[in-house]
Structure formats: C-alpha cells, structure tokens
Design a binder for this molecule. Sequence first.
Ligand code: TRP
Ligand code: SF4
Length: 326
Amino acid sequence: MGKKRLVSGVRPNGLLHIGHLGGMLTNTANLQDQYECYPFIADWHALTDAIDTSNLPEYTLQVAIDWLSAGIDPEKSKLFVQSHVPEHAELSTLLAMVTPVSWLERCPTYKDKVQNIEQREGPSTGLLEYPVLMTSDVIIYKAEAVPVGTDQVAHLEISREIVRRFNHRFGNVFPEPHPLLTEASALPGLDGRKMSKSYNNTIELSDPPETAQKKIMQMLTDPGRVRRTDRGNPDVCPVFAYHKTYNSDEVPQIDQDCRSASIGCVDCKRNLGNKLIAKLTPFYEKRAKWASKPNDVREVLADGASRARKVAQETMAEVRSAMNLA
Ligand code: TRP
Ligand code: SF4
C-alpha cells in the first residue's frame, strides 16, 4: 500500500488572509511527504453562501496562487478545482440517498447559517447538503486525513456516519475520514476581534508588503494605554498576539517594555511589521512569481484535476458496482 491520503479544501469566497496561511495552507504543505495530498478549491461550496459568481474565477485563481505559494508542490500533490472533477457531484448525489435529512438539519454550522440567512425562501438545498458534498470530496479519494479547524469537526462526524451507513448497506468501500486538527490560529483580527473578512480586519495574502505594513500601523492596541507614558497591558493587545506568531524571540522583552512604558505602540507596531514581512518574504516571492503567470497556474490546476479525476473515476466505478448501478 502507498501513503495514506489527505484531502484539504478551501472555499474561494474571497481573498485569503494571513490566518489561512498559518492554518490550513502551511499545514497541508508540511504534510506532503507524509501523505498523498489532494489540496483543492471548493468552488461549489462557495456557492452555498454567495450566488453572485462574478468574482469566482478571480478568487479561484487567487486561492490557487496562495496554495502554490504556501509550498504546495504541483508534482507531489494534486491541486485542483472541485468543479473540474464532476465525479464529486455524482458521489454526493448517491451519498444523499443514505443521509437522513435530520442529520443535516442538526448540524451546528447549518443551524447558525439558517439563523443569519436573508433569503425570503430560506436556506437552499445546497446549504443543507453542504456536509454531504464535503464527505464526497474526501471519500472519493478514500482519504483518511482531513486537516481542518475546529469549526469543521461536526462536518467530519457526519462524514463518518455517512461512510458507516454506506458501507453497511453496500459493502466496505470507504475508510472513515478523521480530522487532523490544525492548531487554532491564535491570530486575532487587526482590531482584536476574530479575524474575518466580514469585519474588514484582515491582512490579505495578496496584499503587497507595504499594504501589510500600513495595516499593522493602524492596528488597535491596549485600549487602556492612551498616552505614550501610560503603562500597557500586552495581554489585551492584538499587536502583542501578532508578535507571538511573527516575532516570538522578542516576546519577553516586548512584554516587559510594554508594561514599563519603555516602548511606544508606534515603534512596537513598526517592529512587528518588519518582522512579519521578513517572515513572509519566501511566501511573497513565490506569490509574485505565480501571480505573474496565471496561465501556468491554470495549467497546474488542469493537470491536478486530470490526475485527481483518474482516482475519482476508479472509486466511482467501485461505487456504481457496489450499488448495482453498473
Ligand atoms: N468546509 C470547508 C471549509 O469551509 C471547505 C471544504 C469543502 C473542505 N470540502 C472539503 C475541507 C473537504 C476539507 C475537506 O473550510
Ligand atoms: Fe501593544 Fe506593543 Fe503598545 Fe504594548 S507597546 S500596547 S504590546 S502595541
């Protein structure tokens, strides 16, 4: 037997930010030797939020560039776009036949979304079936490992239930997938809230380094520190949280200097900006290279899809035969 397989999906709902790099992207890139990896861009899943598809081609391209710049090796791994492997949809349809609606209605992410939904008609069937399609994404490659944040664990629980039911009814076709918990990004947004595009508090991976520096200079700090002579409390300062990630060596010193008011916030932020840019320089360099050759990126995606598709088609032949559809 070869290596175990890993599937890792990112939705192209917008431009990715530095939280994605420290979480999903780098984690998957680091696992490329240990696993046979299928990093992909979940464009169908993006449609569960946004029906406006005008930006989808651009976002899909940008996410692909981010995957590659984070270190995904297009030879080692199969990097592809979900909709380029239509077998995912075929399997999703079949899995839906063994998935009770009640499992999906109970899913916490679904319940959350339904509460915030604007459409008069209520949630779409696509949103309800989100975990079924996600299950298909994973098990069509018989993958056992799925690097995810804690917000996706409930989805994978449903995946395992679907697999158990399918296997029970039709024979042992699929292994059960398990989450590889990526350590939750400790990085808050620029304003100290959760990092999220909707709060407009992110540094995009496609931001030029100067923009990243500018955004850092505008970060909120300890709200209790009003004057330069006030002592600060780094524990409530988002700038300090960023130092922990991008400038860990200096953390004890900054902690001390902040509490004693020996450094000012402006210098503290400038220092952070420099360290962050230095740390991300290898990423920025690769990104500039890939971004200047979008057609190479598209070629990588086409090749990834054709290699992934071969595997997916083998699984589908097995599935159809197990279900007497052959
Ligand atoms: N639901 C995932 C997210 O929002 C994206 C995703 C879709 C995914 N299919 C997947 C992740 C399969 C891992 C495996 O982050
Ligand atoms: Fe935050 Fe640094 Fe200012 Fe302290 S000195 S409050 S850590 S920005």
